[in-house]
Design a protein around this ligand. Structure first.
Ligand SMILES: [Zn+2]
Length: 491
Protein backbone atom coordinates (compact mmCIF):
# COMPACT_ATOMS: atom_id res chain seq x y z
CA UNK A 1 0.00 0.00 0.00
CA UNK A 2 1.38 3.41 -0.90
CA UNK A 3 0.36 6.37 1.27
CA UNK A 4 1.52 9.99 1.29
CA UNK A 5 4.60 10.35 3.47
CA UNK A 6 3.52 10.74 7.08
CA UNK A 7 4.02 14.16 8.65
CA UNK A 8 4.61 14.42 12.37
CA UNK A 9 2.98 17.63 13.59
CA UNK A 10 4.79 17.73 16.95
CA UNK A 11 8.20 16.12 17.34
CA UNK A 12 11.58 16.87 18.89
CA UNK A 13 13.94 15.42 16.31
CA UNK A 14 17.18 17.16 17.42
CA UNK A 15 16.75 16.31 21.12
CA UNK A 16 15.64 12.76 20.38
CA UNK A 17 18.48 12.28 17.92
CA UNK A 18 20.95 13.61 20.46
CA UNK A 19 19.68 11.26 23.15
CA UNK A 20 19.92 8.35 20.71
CA UNK A 21 23.61 9.21 20.37
CA UNK A 22 24.02 9.24 24.19
CA UNK A 23 22.08 7.45 26.96
CA UNK A 24 18.84 6.28 25.34
CA UNK A 25 16.49 4.69 27.87
CA UNK A 26 13.29 4.91 25.80
CA UNK A 27 13.40 1.28 24.69
CA UNK A 28 14.09 -0.11 28.18
CA UNK A 29 11.71 -1.04 30.96
CA UNK A 30 12.36 -0.70 34.66
CA UNK A 31 14.76 0.89 37.09
CA UNK A 32 17.34 -1.91 36.99
CA UNK A 33 17.43 -1.96 33.18
CA UNK A 34 18.06 1.80 33.23
CA UNK A 35 20.86 1.53 35.76
CA UNK A 36 22.54 -1.35 33.90
CA UNK A 37 22.44 0.66 30.68
CA UNK A 38 23.77 3.87 32.25
CA UNK A 39 26.57 1.95 33.98
CA UNK A 40 27.54 0.25 30.70
CA UNK A 41 27.43 3.54 28.81
CA UNK A 42 29.59 5.29 31.42
CA UNK A 43 32.12 2.46 31.34
CA UNK A 44 32.26 2.57 27.53
CA UNK A 45 32.77 6.35 27.50
CA UNK A 46 35.39 7.03 30.17
CA UNK A 47 36.44 10.33 28.56
CA UNK A 48 33.03 11.96 28.55
CA UNK A 49 32.91 14.53 31.35
CA UNK A 50 29.12 14.36 31.60
CA UNK A 51 26.75 11.41 31.26
CA UNK A 52 23.65 12.80 29.58
CA UNK A 53 20.61 11.43 27.81
CA UNK A 54 16.95 10.77 28.37
CA UNK A 55 13.99 8.45 28.26
CA UNK A 56 13.24 7.17 31.77
CA UNK A 57 9.58 6.68 32.65
CA UNK A 58 8.04 7.88 35.90
CA UNK A 59 6.07 4.67 36.35
CA UNK A 60 9.16 2.71 37.48
CA UNK A 61 9.82 4.92 40.52
CA UNK A 62 7.75 5.45 43.66
CA UNK A 63 5.85 8.74 43.23
CA UNK A 64 7.44 9.06 39.79
CA UNK A 65 10.66 10.43 41.26
CA UNK A 66 13.96 8.52 40.95
CA UNK A 67 16.77 9.08 43.46
CA UNK A 68 20.34 10.27 43.18
CA UNK A 69 21.70 7.40 45.30
CA UNK A 70 20.92 4.88 42.53
CA UNK A 71 23.07 6.87 40.12
CA UNK A 72 25.78 7.58 42.71
CA UNK A 73 26.24 3.83 43.12
CA UNK A 74 27.13 3.37 39.45
CA UNK A 75 28.66 6.76 38.51
CA UNK A 76 30.05 8.44 41.63
CA UNK A 77 32.75 10.58 40.03
CA UNK A 78 31.11 12.29 37.04
CA UNK A 79 27.87 14.29 36.81
CA UNK A 80 24.88 12.41 35.43
CA UNK A 81 21.82 14.27 34.14
CA UNK A 82 19.08 12.36 32.37
CA UNK A 83 15.77 13.82 31.23
CA UNK A 84 12.64 11.79 31.65
CA UNK A 85 10.60 10.54 28.72
CA UNK A 86 8.10 13.40 29.06
CA UNK A 87 10.93 15.98 29.16
CA UNK A 88 9.24 17.53 32.19
CA UNK A 89 11.81 16.40 34.73
CA UNK A 90 15.34 15.13 35.14
CA UNK A 91 17.23 12.58 37.19
CA UNK A 92 20.57 13.80 38.53
CA UNK A 93 23.28 12.23 40.68
CA UNK A 94 24.99 13.89 43.65
CA UNK A 95 27.91 15.05 41.52
CA UNK A 96 25.55 16.91 39.16
CA UNK A 97 23.70 18.56 42.05
CA UNK A 98 27.05 19.55 43.50
CA UNK A 99 28.22 21.11 40.19
CA UNK A 100 25.00 23.15 40.10
CA UNK A 101 25.24 24.06 43.76
CA UNK A 102 21.79 22.63 44.53
CA UNK A 103 21.44 21.95 48.26
CA UNK A 104 18.63 21.81 50.76
CA UNK A 105 18.88 25.61 51.04
CA UNK A 106 18.28 26.21 47.33
CA UNK A 107 14.79 27.65 46.81
CA UNK A 108 12.47 26.22 44.13
CA UNK A 109 12.39 28.28 40.95
CA UNK A 110 9.04 29.95 40.17
CA UNK A 111 8.39 27.57 37.27
CA UNK A 112 9.58 24.30 38.75
CA UNK A 113 10.37 22.22 41.80
CA UNK A 114 13.34 20.49 43.38
CA UNK A 115 12.14 17.19 44.78
CA UNK A 116 13.17 16.92 48.44
CA UNK A 117 13.34 14.29 51.11
CA UNK A 118 10.34 14.93 53.38
CA UNK A 119 12.43 14.39 56.51
CA UNK A 120 15.77 16.03 55.79
CA UNK A 121 14.80 18.52 53.07
CA UNK A 122 17.79 17.30 51.02
CA UNK A 123 17.33 17.26 47.22
CA UNK A 124 16.59 13.65 46.26
CA UNK A 125 17.81 13.77 42.66
CA UNK A 126 14.64 14.62 40.72
CA UNK A 127 14.25 18.11 39.25
CA UNK A 128 10.84 19.11 37.90
CA UNK A 129 10.06 21.44 35.01
CA UNK A 130 11.89 24.79 35.25
CA UNK A 131 14.36 23.36 37.76
CA UNK A 132 15.44 20.81 35.14
CA UNK A 133 15.46 23.24 32.21
CA UNK A 134 17.55 25.90 33.92
CA UNK A 135 20.00 23.18 35.01
CA UNK A 136 20.24 22.05 31.42
CA UNK A 137 20.79 25.57 30.10
CA UNK A 138 23.29 26.64 32.70
CA UNK A 139 25.39 23.60 33.45
CA UNK A 140 25.35 21.02 30.67
CA UNK A 141 28.09 21.40 28.07
CA UNK A 142 26.55 23.16 25.05
CA UNK A 143 26.48 21.01 21.91
CA UNK A 144 28.35 22.42 18.91
CA UNK A 145 26.71 23.07 15.53
CA UNK A 146 28.17 19.79 14.28
CA UNK A 147 26.71 17.98 17.31
CA UNK A 148 23.25 19.35 16.48
CA UNK A 149 23.59 18.48 12.79
CA UNK A 150 24.56 14.92 13.71
CA UNK A 151 21.62 14.75 16.10
CA UNK A 152 19.13 15.97 13.49
CA UNK A 153 20.44 13.48 10.94
CA UNK A 154 20.12 10.66 13.49
CA UNK A 155 16.54 11.77 14.25
CA UNK A 156 15.76 12.05 10.55
CA UNK A 157 17.13 8.54 9.87
CA UNK A 158 14.75 7.11 12.46
CA UNK A 159 11.75 9.15 11.28
CA UNK A 160 12.36 8.24 7.62
CA UNK A 161 12.50 4.54 8.62
CA UNK A 162 8.92 4.94 9.85
CA UNK A 163 7.61 6.51 6.64
CA UNK A 164 7.81 10.10 7.91
CA UNK A 165 8.83 12.66 5.29
CA UNK A 166 8.00 15.91 7.05
CA UNK A 167 7.48 17.26 10.50
CA UNK A 168 7.01 20.26 12.72
CA UNK A 169 9.80 20.63 15.23
CA UNK A 170 8.05 21.73 18.41
CA UNK A 171 11.07 23.33 20.09
CA UNK A 172 13.54 25.11 17.83
CA UNK A 173 16.32 27.04 19.56
CA UNK A 174 18.76 29.46 17.89
CA UNK A 175 21.29 26.59 17.80
CA UNK A 176 19.02 23.99 16.21
CA UNK A 177 17.69 26.65 13.82
CA UNK A 178 21.22 27.17 12.53
CA UNK A 179 21.81 23.42 12.25
CA UNK A 180 18.57 22.86 10.33
CA UNK A 181 19.32 25.70 7.96
CA UNK A 182 22.81 24.48 7.26
CA UNK A 183 21.63 20.89 6.71
CA UNK A 184 18.93 22.10 4.36
CA UNK A 185 21.47 24.09 2.34
CA UNK A 186 23.94 21.18 2.17
CA UNK A 187 21.27 18.69 1.13
CA UNK A 188 21.47 16.64 4.32
CA UNK A 189 17.92 17.55 5.31
CA UNK A 190 15.78 15.33 3.11
CA UNK A 191 12.55 15.86 5.08
CA UNK A 192 10.43 19.01 4.84
CA UNK A 193 10.53 20.67 8.25
CA UNK A 194 8.58 23.50 9.82
CA UNK A 195 10.33 24.92 12.87
CA UNK A 196 8.42 26.22 15.87
CA UNK A 197 10.62 28.81 17.55
CA UNK A 198 10.62 28.58 21.32
CA UNK A 199 8.76 31.24 23.30
CA UNK A 200 10.79 32.11 26.41
CA UNK A 201 8.20 32.02 29.12
CA UNK A 202 10.09 34.35 31.43
CA UNK A 203 10.12 37.08 28.80
CA UNK A 204 7.34 39.14 27.23
CA UNK A 205 6.46 40.54 23.81
CA UNK A 206 9.94 41.99 23.28
CA UNK A 207 11.17 38.57 22.10
CA UNK A 208 8.98 38.77 19.00
CA UNK A 209 11.49 40.97 17.18
CA UNK A 210 14.04 38.16 17.52
CA UNK A 211 11.56 35.73 15.94
CA UNK A 212 11.31 38.04 12.93
CA UNK A 213 15.08 37.90 12.51
CA UNK A 214 15.17 34.13 12.98
CA UNK A 215 12.35 33.55 10.52
CA UNK A 216 14.32 35.45 7.91
CA UNK A 217 17.77 34.07 8.67
CA UNK A 218 16.74 30.45 9.23
CA UNK A 219 14.56 29.84 6.19
CA UNK A 220 15.89 27.61 3.47
CA UNK A 221 14.02 26.78 0.27
CA UNK A 222 16.34 24.61 -1.82
CA UNK A 223 15.32 23.61 -5.31
CA UNK A 224 13.70 20.18 -5.45
CA UNK A 225 13.47 19.52 -1.70
CA UNK A 226 11.08 20.44 1.08
CA UNK A 227 13.41 22.76 2.95
CA UNK A 228 13.22 24.34 6.39
CA UNK A 229 10.58 26.88 7.38
CA UNK A 230 10.89 28.53 10.83
CA UNK A 231 7.42 30.07 10.61
CA UNK A 232 5.75 28.80 13.77
CA UNK A 233 6.09 29.82 17.42
CA UNK A 234 5.81 27.26 20.20
CA UNK A 235 4.24 28.53 23.39
CA UNK A 236 4.17 26.13 26.29
CA UNK A 237 1.14 27.37 28.20
CA UNK A 238 1.14 24.81 31.04
CA UNK A 239 2.92 21.71 32.36
CA UNK A 240 1.66 18.13 32.63
CA UNK A 241 -0.83 16.41 34.91
CA UNK A 242 1.59 13.78 36.24
CA UNK A 243 3.45 16.35 38.33
CA UNK A 244 0.44 18.63 38.93
CA UNK A 245 1.69 21.43 36.67
CA UNK A 246 -1.02 21.05 34.01
CA UNK A 247 -3.39 24.06 34.36
CA UNK A 248 -6.86 23.02 35.56
CA UNK A 249 -10.04 25.06 36.04
CA UNK A 250 -10.81 23.24 39.30
CA UNK A 251 -8.05 22.12 41.69
CA UNK A 252 -6.32 18.75 41.56
CA UNK A 253 -7.70 15.92 43.65
CA UNK A 254 -5.45 14.57 46.39
CA UNK A 255 -5.53 10.97 45.21
CA UNK A 256 -7.60 9.86 48.19
CA UNK A 257 -11.02 11.27 47.31
CA UNK A 258 -10.43 14.82 48.55
CA UNK A 259 -9.15 17.88 46.76
CA UNK A 260 -6.11 20.12 47.03
CA UNK A 261 -5.88 23.85 46.43
CA UNK A 262 -3.47 23.41 43.51
CA UNK A 263 -4.79 24.47 40.07
CA UNK A 264 -1.49 23.77 38.29
CA UNK A 265 0.62 26.36 36.51
CA UNK A 266 0.01 28.80 33.67
CA UNK A 267 3.47 29.41 32.28
CA UNK A 268 2.12 32.30 30.22
CA UNK A 269 -0.72 34.14 31.92
CA UNK A 270 -3.95 34.47 30.00
CA UNK A 271 -3.69 38.17 29.12
CA UNK A 272 -0.09 37.93 27.99
CA UNK A 273 -0.94 34.83 25.97
CA UNK A 274 -3.71 36.69 24.16
CA UNK A 275 -1.43 39.66 23.50
CA UNK A 276 1.29 37.35 22.21
CA UNK A 277 -0.97 35.32 19.92
CA UNK A 278 -2.54 38.52 18.58
CA UNK A 279 0.80 40.10 17.75
CA UNK A 280 2.26 36.88 16.27
CA UNK A 281 -0.87 36.37 14.18
CA UNK A 282 -0.60 39.93 12.90
CA UNK A 283 3.03 39.34 11.89
CA UNK A 284 2.15 36.20 9.96
CA UNK A 285 3.41 33.62 12.43
CA UNK A 286 1.58 30.43 13.21
CA UNK A 287 1.22 29.73 16.94
CA UNK A 288 1.72 26.18 18.21
CA UNK A 289 0.49 26.00 21.80
CA UNK A 290 1.11 23.21 24.29
CA UNK A 291 -2.07 22.85 26.37
CA UNK A 292 -2.76 19.88 28.64
CA UNK A 293 -5.25 20.94 31.32
CA UNK A 294 -8.76 22.28 30.66
CA UNK A 295 -7.76 25.76 31.81
CA UNK A 296 -4.76 25.77 29.45
CA UNK A 297 -6.93 24.63 26.52
CA UNK A 298 -9.49 27.32 27.28
CA UNK A 299 -6.84 30.06 27.62
CA UNK A 300 -5.31 28.98 24.30
CA UNK A 301 -8.69 29.13 22.54
CA UNK A 302 -9.39 32.49 24.18
CA UNK A 303 -6.06 33.77 22.89
CA UNK A 304 -6.92 32.86 19.29
CA UNK A 305 -10.36 34.38 19.77
CA UNK A 306 -8.66 37.58 20.91
CA UNK A 307 -6.41 37.52 17.85
CA UNK A 308 -9.41 37.02 15.56
CA UNK A 309 -11.20 39.93 17.22
CA UNK A 310 -8.20 42.20 16.74
CA UNK A 311 -6.92 41.06 13.35
CA UNK A 312 -9.91 39.43 11.65
CA UNK A 313 -9.70 35.98 10.08
CA UNK A 314 -6.26 34.74 9.05
CA UNK A 315 -4.87 31.59 7.46
CA UNK A 316 -2.12 31.03 10.03
CA UNK A 317 -3.50 27.61 11.03
CA UNK A 318 -2.81 28.03 14.73
CA UNK A 319 -2.86 24.72 16.56
CA UNK A 320 -3.11 23.36 20.07
CA UNK A 321 -1.03 20.30 20.87
CA UNK A 322 -1.91 17.55 23.38
CA UNK A 323 -5.48 18.73 24.22
CA UNK A 324 -5.66 16.28 27.11
CA UNK A 325 -8.55 17.62 29.22
CA UNK A 326 -11.15 19.57 27.24
CA UNK A 327 -14.39 20.86 28.71
CA UNK A 328 -17.36 19.93 26.48
CA UNK A 329 -18.23 23.58 25.82
CA UNK A 330 -14.74 24.16 24.41
CA UNK A 331 -14.89 21.28 21.89
CA UNK A 332 -16.86 23.24 19.28
CA UNK A 333 -14.61 26.27 19.54
CA UNK A 334 -11.75 24.55 17.66
CA UNK A 335 -13.82 24.52 14.50
CA UNK A 336 -15.38 27.92 15.11
CA UNK A 337 -11.99 29.56 15.55
CA UNK A 338 -10.22 27.49 12.89
CA UNK A 339 -7.81 26.07 15.47
CA UNK A 340 -6.26 22.75 14.41
CA UNK A 341 -6.25 19.89 16.93
CA UNK A 342 -2.66 18.64 17.10
CA UNK A 343 -3.34 15.22 18.61
CA UNK A 344 -0.87 12.78 20.16
CA UNK A 345 -3.19 9.79 19.85
CA UNK A 346 -0.76 7.31 21.39
CA UNK A 347 -1.44 8.86 24.81
CA UNK A 348 -5.14 8.01 24.68
CA UNK A 349 -4.77 4.58 26.26
CA UNK A 350 -4.94 3.10 29.74
CA UNK A 351 -1.36 2.54 30.90
CA UNK A 352 0.34 2.64 34.32
CA UNK A 353 1.17 6.35 34.18
CA UNK A 354 -2.48 7.15 33.42
CA UNK A 355 -3.73 4.74 36.07
CA UNK A 356 -1.38 5.68 38.90
CA UNK A 357 -0.25 9.25 38.27
CA UNK A 358 -3.19 10.86 36.46
CA UNK A 359 -6.61 9.39 37.24
CA UNK A 360 -6.42 9.62 41.07
CA UNK A 361 -5.48 13.30 40.82
CA UNK A 362 -7.99 14.27 38.12
CA UNK A 363 -11.01 12.55 39.61
CA UNK A 364 -13.78 10.65 37.86
CA UNK A 365 -15.57 13.46 36.00
CA UNK A 366 -12.52 15.01 34.47
CA UNK A 367 -10.99 11.62 33.68
CA UNK A 368 -13.75 11.16 31.09
CA UNK A 369 -12.89 14.42 29.33
CA UNK A 370 -9.48 13.25 28.15
CA UNK A 371 -8.34 13.22 24.54
CA UNK A 372 -11.85 13.74 23.08
CA UNK A 373 -10.70 13.18 19.50
CA UNK A 374 -13.99 11.57 18.45
CA UNK A 375 -16.01 14.55 19.67
CA UNK A 376 -13.56 16.95 18.02
CA UNK A 377 -13.89 15.06 14.71
CA UNK A 378 -17.69 15.12 14.97
CA UNK A 379 -17.56 18.86 15.67
CA UNK A 380 -15.84 19.36 12.32
CA UNK A 381 -12.45 20.40 13.69
CA UNK A 382 -9.36 19.81 11.54
CA UNK A 383 -7.15 17.09 13.03
CA UNK A 384 -3.39 16.85 12.67
CA UNK A 385 -1.30 14.21 14.41
CA UNK A 386 2.12 13.90 15.91
CA UNK A 387 4.14 11.76 18.26
CA UNK A 388 5.93 14.15 20.63
CA UNK A 389 8.87 11.76 20.12
CA UNK A 390 10.99 11.06 22.11
CA UNK A 391 8.29 11.39 24.75
CA UNK A 392 6.60 8.39 23.15
CA UNK A 393 7.09 6.24 20.05
CA UNK A 394 7.65 8.00 16.72
CA UNK A 395 5.93 5.17 14.80
CA UNK A 396 2.79 6.57 13.11
CA UNK A 397 1.36 3.07 12.67
CA UNK A 398 1.41 2.49 16.43
CA UNK A 399 -0.10 5.92 17.02
CA UNK A 400 -2.81 5.34 14.42
CA UNK A 401 -3.62 1.97 15.98
CA UNK A 402 -4.27 3.68 19.32
CA UNK A 403 -6.28 6.42 17.61
CA UNK A 404 -8.62 3.77 16.19
CA UNK A 405 -8.66 1.36 19.17
CA UNK A 406 -7.77 3.48 22.25
CA UNK A 407 -5.81 0.40 23.38
CA UNK A 408 -2.06 -0.09 23.99
CA UNK A 409 -0.74 -2.07 20.95
CA UNK A 410 1.42 -4.14 23.30
CA UNK A 411 -1.57 -5.13 25.45
CA UNK A 412 -4.34 -5.57 22.94
CA UNK A 413 -6.49 -7.49 25.40
CA UNK A 414 -6.86 -4.34 27.55
CA UNK A 415 -10.16 -2.51 27.75
CA UNK A 416 -10.28 0.55 25.46
CA UNK A 417 -9.86 3.98 27.04
CA UNK A 418 -13.04 6.05 26.40
CA UNK A 419 -13.82 4.08 23.20
CA UNK A 420 -16.45 6.60 22.04
CA UNK A 421 -13.52 8.90 21.29
CA UNK A 422 -11.88 6.44 18.86
CA UNK A 423 -11.43 7.56 15.24
CA UNK A 424 -12.12 5.65 12.02
CA UNK A 425 -8.91 4.47 10.30
CA UNK A 426 -9.36 6.76 7.29
CA UNK A 427 -9.71 9.77 9.61
CA UNK A 428 -6.56 8.91 11.56
CA UNK A 429 -4.60 8.24 8.37
CA UNK A 430 -5.77 11.54 6.88
CA UNK A 431 -4.82 13.39 10.07
CA UNK A 432 -1.28 11.97 9.97
CA UNK A 433 -0.82 12.93 6.32
CA UNK A 434 -3.11 15.66 4.92
CA UNK A 435 -3.98 17.08 8.35
CA UNK A 436 -0.38 17.56 9.43
CA UNK A 437 0.54 18.85 5.94
CA UNK A 438 -2.24 21.41 6.36
CA UNK A 439 -0.87 22.62 9.67
CA UNK A 440 2.60 22.73 8.10
CA UNK A 441 1.30 24.92 5.22
CA UNK A 442 2.57 22.23 2.87
CA UNK A 443 0.36 22.50 -0.19
CA UNK A 444 2.65 20.09 -2.11
CA UNK A 445 2.55 17.31 0.49
CA UNK A 446 0.12 15.15 2.40
CA UNK A 447 -1.68 13.68 -0.58
CA UNK A 448 -1.00 11.56 -3.66
CA UNK A 449 -1.64 13.60 -6.77
CA UNK A 450 0.06 14.55 -10.00
CA UNK A 451 2.33 17.53 -9.42
CA UNK A 452 2.78 16.96 -5.67
CA UNK A 453 6.24 16.57 -4.19
CA UNK A 454 6.89 12.82 -4.24
CA UNK A 455 6.77 12.09 -0.51
CA UNK A 456 5.63 8.49 -0.17
CA UNK A 457 5.60 5.59 2.25
CA UNK A 458 5.30 2.02 0.98
CA UNK A 459 3.66 -0.22 3.57
CA UNK A 460 3.88 -4.02 3.48
CA UNK A 461 0.12 -4.52 3.57
CA UNK A 462 -3.17 -2.77 2.93
CA UNK A 463 -4.06 -1.14 6.24
CA UNK A 464 -7.75 -1.27 5.35
CA UNK A 465 -7.60 -5.04 4.84
CA UNK A 466 -6.15 -5.93 8.26
CA UNK A 467 -8.31 -5.95 11.38
CA UNK A 468 -8.19 -2.33 12.53
CA UNK A 469 -6.76 -3.38 15.88
CA UNK A 470 -3.59 -4.56 14.17
CA UNK A 471 -2.45 -1.52 12.19
CA UNK A 472 0.94 -1.51 13.88
CA UNK A 473 1.73 -5.06 12.73
CA UNK A 474 2.39 -3.42 9.37
CA UNK A 475 5.90 -2.30 8.43
CA UNK A 476 7.16 0.52 6.25
CA UNK A 477 9.18 -1.07 3.42
CA UNK A 478 10.34 2.09 1.69
CA UNK A 479 10.22 5.83 2.19
CA UNK A 480 10.59 8.37 -0.59
CA UNK A 481 11.12 12.08 0.16
CA UNK A 482 11.09 14.65 -2.64
CA UNK A 483 11.40 11.79 -5.13
CA UNK A 484 14.49 10.25 -3.48
CA UNK A 485 14.54 6.90 -1.68
CA UNK A 486 15.51 7.78 1.90
CA UNK A 487 14.74 4.45 3.53
CA UNK A 488 14.50 0.81 2.41
CA UNK A 489 13.85 -2.07 4.75
CA UNK A 490 16.22 -5.04 4.79
CA UNK A 491 13.55 -7.27 3.34
ZN1 LIG B 1 6.52 18.20 22.82
Amino acid sequence: MVVPGFQDAHVHAPFAGRNRLHVWLNDLEGRQAYLDHIAAYAAAHPDQPWIIGGGWAMEYFPGGTPRKEDLDAIVPDRPVFIMNRDVHGAWANSKALEVAGITKDTPDPSDGRIERDPETGEPTGTLHEGAAYSFQDRFLPAPSREDWEEAILEGQRHLHSLGITGWQDAWVTPDTLEAYRSLSESGGLTARVVGALWWERKRELDQISEFLTQREAGASHPEGRGGFHPTSIKIMTDGVLENYTGALLEPYCDGCGGHTDNHGLSYVERDLLTAAVTELDRLGFQVHMHAIGDRAVRNALDAVQGARAANGASDRRHHIAHVQVVQPEDVLRFRELGVVVNAQPYWAQMEPQMEELTLPFLGRDRADLQYPFGDLMRSGATLAMGSDWSVTTANPLEEIEVAVTRVDPENRQNAPFLPEQALPLQVALAAFTAGSAYVNHDADGGSLAVGQRADLALIDRNLFAVPSGHVSDARVEMTVASGRVVHESDS
